[in-house]
Design a protein around this ligand. Sequence first.
Ligand SMILES: NC(=O)c1ccc[n+]([C@@H]2O[C@H](COP(=O)([O-])OP(=O)(O)OC[C@H]3O[C@@H](n4cnc5c(N)ncnc54)[C@H](OP(=O)(O)O)[C@@H]3O)[C@@H](O)[C@H]2O)c1
Length: 254
Amino acid sequence: MQPVCLVIGAGAGIGSTVAKRFAGEGYHAVLCRRTDEEGLRRSVENIESEGGSASGFLLNAVVAGSIEERVADVEANIGPIEVVVYNLGAQIGDRALMDTSYKMFERGWRMATFGLFRTAASVCPPMERRGKGTILVTASTAAMRGNAGQHSHAAAMAGRRMLCQTLNAEYGAKGIHVVHIIVDGMVDAPDTLGKMLGPEAFRKLREERGLERDGLILPSAIADTYYHLAHQHRSAWTHEVDLRAFSDLPWWNR
Ligand SMILES: NC(=O)c1ccc[n+]([C@@H]2O[C@H](COP(=O)([O-])OP(=O)(O)OC[C@H]3O[C@@H](n4cnc5c(N)ncnc54)[C@H](OP(=O)(O)O)[C@@H]3O)[C@@H](O)[C@H]2O)c1
C-alpha cells in the first residue's frame, strides 16, 4: 500500500502544492478543502497529469466528525497516513475588537486550534501503533505576535503553536514528528491571499513583489521544506521553523 500524505486545507497555494510534492515522491496525496469542488478536481488532475496519485474530498474542518471520518476512511480504504499537513488558517482580515463577534472569535479557534486537536486525536493512535508519523502544521506571523485587528486570528494561531509543542511533548518519543512551520510573510496563494485582496490588488501585488522578484513566498519552495522536514533523521528533528522572502523583515523586526 502506498503511504498517504493527507492535506487538510488544500487550496491552490501551499496545500495543493505540498500534496503534489509528496505525490511526486511516491505518496498517495489526499487533498481536502471546504468548498471549491472544481478547484479540488483541478489540483487532483494536476498531480495525476505528472504521474502522481491523488484523491480529493470536500470537507469542512469545523464540522464535528468531518476530520475524524475522513481519517478513518483513508486509513481503512486508501493507505496508512504517514504525513498529515494541517494547513488551513483562520485569517478574517483586520477587525477591531468591537467588530469581532463572539461567533467569529470562536470560529477562528475552531478552524485553527480545535481542528488540529481533532486531527491529532484521529491520526496519532494509528501513527503510534506504527511507531512513526509526521504532523506538519502551517502557521503564520499571527502565531508569534498579536497585532491590531488580529484578536481572533492571533489568539487562535498562538493556541495552535502551543498545541504543537504539547503534542510534541507527548508523541515525539513515540516516533511522531510534529512540526510548526511559521510562514512569516505573504504567499503567492490565489485561493487565500488572492481572494482576501481581490483580483486587481492581487495582480498588482504579484507584479510589484512576486514572480521573478521573489518577494512573495512561492508555494513550491515551501513544499520543498515540508518534504525535507518529513524526512529528517529522528536524531535531528526540527520542531519549529520559519520561512519568509529574502526581502522581508522577520516578525520580530516589524
Ligand atoms: N497566504 C498567505 O499569504 C499566508 C501567509 C502566512 C501564512 N499562511 C498560512 O498558510 C496556510 C494556508 O495556505 P495558503 O494561504 O497557501 O492557502 P491554500 O493552501 O491555497 O488554501 C487553504 C485552503 O484551506 C481551505 N479551508 C479553509 N477553511 C476550511 C475548512 N473549514 N475546512 C476545510 N478546508 C478549509 C480553503 O478551502 P476553500 O477555498 O475550498 O474554502 C483554502 O482553499 C494557513 O495556515 C495560513 O495561516 C498563509
